[in-house]
Design a protein. Structure first.
Length: 434
């Protein structure tokens, strides 16, 4: 009986050995191990070699777009509006009539000023006759005084009468000048009832309607603003550049302006001026207002639009760069001890370092790197990589969990899973990745 049992056991052992050999030689054993042991399964990733080329470093700044030139139209005389030939959005040329005011009271004021001039001119004739008579009397009295025919007091009375008549005559002449000045002022007030545009532009705001009374402003009370005319052919963005990023921003630098109202239609811009006074925003952040000339087509030229400008502050030539997302932070304690000891990039005084995962023999190898500036999508690699390397660039959810010496395989781009991490293209505010 025991011989039969020994034979069966021997057959079973030989069968197991043969099956194991077949599984190992055919690769089935590895498939079974990867299926039931996730640690042995390769992580699917996207791979890419570092590129050599140029990189433009940009600084992002929000702001609003408006016309460079805008004019508030107000009245120089208080009167009621009788005509407004233009509405908001209509174009206007310099010199075109844009508003008419009621002129009845001002015409009456002009007529009154002219009447006062006539009265003053009539009065001066009578005063002149009295002065000439006093002058003749004074000359006779002077001759009589020389022959001692009159007393000195009588001569003094004649002199005083002449001086008074001369002063009255001069005052009458000044009244004529005042009357003429009042006429000029009345004529100007009458002319101001017709308001013309001082620039070429578009009626951007209309604050009044026909029949409303407009008043002239005083020192303590602002006057009525009838409308605003803006030159939409020359647009300007007032961007808020953060205080920490203002140093590299200079006049003449090129910009790309992204307008919220027109997604997918970036506009070209150029820095023109940086206001030297620091300002504080509502949230307490400090900024410097930077004026950027924006090239907009006429149909896109609207005032008050929110926008974001990418200012090109630095261009780096012939550098090695990789997608910014490929650079991740790792605890120095989690890296291989030999790598930490030999690396020239790792700062051992810090807790974390920046690494890129190179692909070597199907495994992800953590490689510390020294990074430089970034643009919207790429970051400069100063030390740690060459163009011959292949690095893991995504997806993000695989990158954040990737470890050194972990198996990786090329991800089928046609079956790429959804990336739940942050966007791979990030807007840079002046430094490297964070």
């Amino acid at each position: 009986m025991w011989k039969w049992l020994l034979g069966i056991a021997l057959v079973l052992v030989l069968g197991c050995v043969g099956s194991g050999y077949w599984l190992a030689s055919s690769g089935k054993l590895k498939e079974f191990q990867e299926q039931f042991n996730p640690a042995m399964k390769a992580t699917e990733v996207r791979m890419e070699a570092p590129k050599r080329g140029d990189l433009v470093r940009t600084i992002s700044a929000p702001g609003t777009i408006g016309p460079r030139t805008k004019v508030d139209i107000s009245a120089q005389v208080s009167a009621r509006i009788i005509a407004l030939p233009l509405r908001e959005g209509q174009r206007v040329r310099k010199g075109d009539v844009i508003c008419k005011l009621d002129s009845v009271d001002l015409v009456a004021a002009l007529d009154s000023a002219k009447a006062r001039l006539g009265s003053a001119e009539s009065r001066v004739e009578g005063v002149r006759s009295a002065m000439e008579n006093a002058d003749r009397t004074l000359r006779r009295q002077r001759e009589l005084l020389s022959t001692k025919d009159i007393s000195q007091s009588e001569f003094d009375d004649a002199q005083s009468t002449f001086d008074q008549s001369k002063s009255t005559h001069e005052q009458a002449l000044r009244d004529i000048d005042i009357a003429k000045a009042n006429i000029k002022r009345s004529e100007k007030d009458l002319a101001n009832t017709t308001i013309a545009s001082t620039i070429d532009g578009v009626v951007s705001t209309l604050n009044a309607e026909v029949g409303e009374l407009v008043v002239v402003g005083t020192l303590n009370s602002p006057g009525s603003i009838i409308m605003q005319i803006a030159d939409l052919a020359n647009m300007l963005m007032k961007a808020k550049v953060d205080e920490s990023n203002i140093d590299p921003v200079k006049p003449g630098q090129k910009c790309t302006v992204y307008i919220n109202a027109f997604p997918g239609k970036p506009a070209a811009g150029e820095v023109e001026r940086i206001r030297p006074t620091k300002q504080t925003d509502k949230d307490g952040t400090t900024f410097f207002e930077t004026e950027i000339k924006v090239e907009l087509s006429p149909e896109n030229a609207l005032t008050g639009m929110l926008a974001n400008a990418d200012i090109e502050v630095q261009t780096l030539k012939d550098i090695v760069k990789i997608p910014t997302q490929a650079i991740v932070d790792r605890s120095i304690e989690d890296l291989p001890a030999e790598l930490v000891r030999t690396s020239e990039v790792i700062d051992r005084a810090k807790k974390f370092t920046r690494v890129v995962f190179r692909v070597v023999d199907g495994k992800a190898v953590a490689t510390p790197v020294l990074v430089g500036p970034s643009d919207l999508s790429d970051t400069v690699i100063l030390k740690g990589l060459t163009e011959k390397d292949v690095v893991v660039i995504g997806p993000y959810r695989a990158l954040i969990a990737l470890k050194s010496d972990q198996k990786v395989s090329e991800l089928n781009q046609n079956e790429s899973p959804k990336d739940t991490g942050p966007r791979e293209t990030r807007r840079d505010n002046g430094g490297g990745p964070h």
